[in-house]
Design a protein. Structure first.
Length: 61
Protein backbone atom coordinates (compact mmCIF):
# COMPACT_ATOMS: atom_id res chain seq x y z
CA UNK A 1 0.00 0.00 0.00
CA UNK A 2 1.38 3.40 -0.93
CA UNK A 3 1.99 6.04 1.75
CA UNK A 4 -0.70 8.32 0.33
CA UNK A 5 -3.33 5.56 0.50
CA UNK A 6 -2.30 4.80 4.07
CA UNK A 7 -2.72 8.47 4.98
CA UNK A 8 -6.15 8.43 3.37
CA UNK A 9 -7.29 5.47 5.46
CA UNK A 10 -5.87 7.00 8.64
CA UNK A 11 -7.76 10.24 7.95
CA UNK A 12 -10.97 8.30 7.27
CA UNK A 13 -10.50 6.53 10.61
CA UNK A 14 -9.99 9.91 12.30
CA UNK A 15 -13.19 11.25 10.78
CA UNK A 16 -15.00 8.12 11.91
CA UNK A 17 -13.73 8.66 15.44
CA UNK A 18 -14.99 12.24 15.32
CA UNK A 19 -18.43 11.08 14.22
CA UNK A 20 -18.47 8.49 17.00
CA UNK A 21 -17.44 11.16 19.50
CA UNK A 22 -20.23 13.48 18.35
CA UNK A 23 -22.84 10.75 18.72
CA UNK A 24 -21.51 9.78 22.15
CA UNK A 25 -21.51 13.40 23.35
CA UNK A 26 -25.10 13.77 22.19
CA UNK A 27 -26.04 10.56 23.97
CA UNK A 28 -24.40 11.61 27.21
CA UNK A 29 -25.92 15.10 27.24
CA UNK A 30 -29.50 14.38 26.28
CA UNK A 31 -30.29 10.71 26.87
CA UNK A 32 -28.36 9.46 29.90
CA UNK A 33 -28.43 10.32 33.59
CA UNK A 34 -26.12 9.79 36.56
CA UNK A 35 -22.75 8.08 36.53
CA UNK A 36 -23.28 6.60 33.07
CA UNK A 37 -23.55 10.14 31.70
CA UNK A 38 -20.15 11.07 33.12
CA UNK A 39 -18.49 7.89 31.84
CA UNK A 40 -19.83 8.28 28.30
CA UNK A 41 -18.89 11.96 28.24
CA UNK A 42 -15.34 11.10 29.31
CA UNK A 43 -15.09 8.43 26.61
CA UNK A 44 -16.48 10.86 24.02
CA UNK A 45 -13.96 13.57 24.82
CA UNK A 46 -11.08 11.08 24.72
CA UNK A 47 -12.28 9.93 21.29
CA UNK A 48 -12.50 13.54 20.15
CA UNK A 49 -8.96 14.24 21.34
CA UNK A 50 -7.54 11.14 19.63
CA UNK A 51 -9.38 11.97 16.40
CA UNK A 52 -8.16 15.55 16.44
CA UNK A 53 -4.55 14.53 17.01
CA UNK A 54 -4.78 11.88 14.29
CA UNK A 55 -6.13 14.33 11.73
CA UNK A 56 -3.61 16.98 12.75
CA UNK A 57 -0.72 14.57 12.23
CA UNK A 58 -2.10 13.48 8.85
CA UNK A 59 -2.60 17.05 7.66
CA UNK A 60 0.84 18.21 8.77
CA UNK A 61 2.75 15.37 7.10
Amino acid sequence: MSPSMLKMWVSVAGMGLMFLAIMTIYLSRYKLKGVLRIITALIAYVLLLVAGLTLLIVFLT
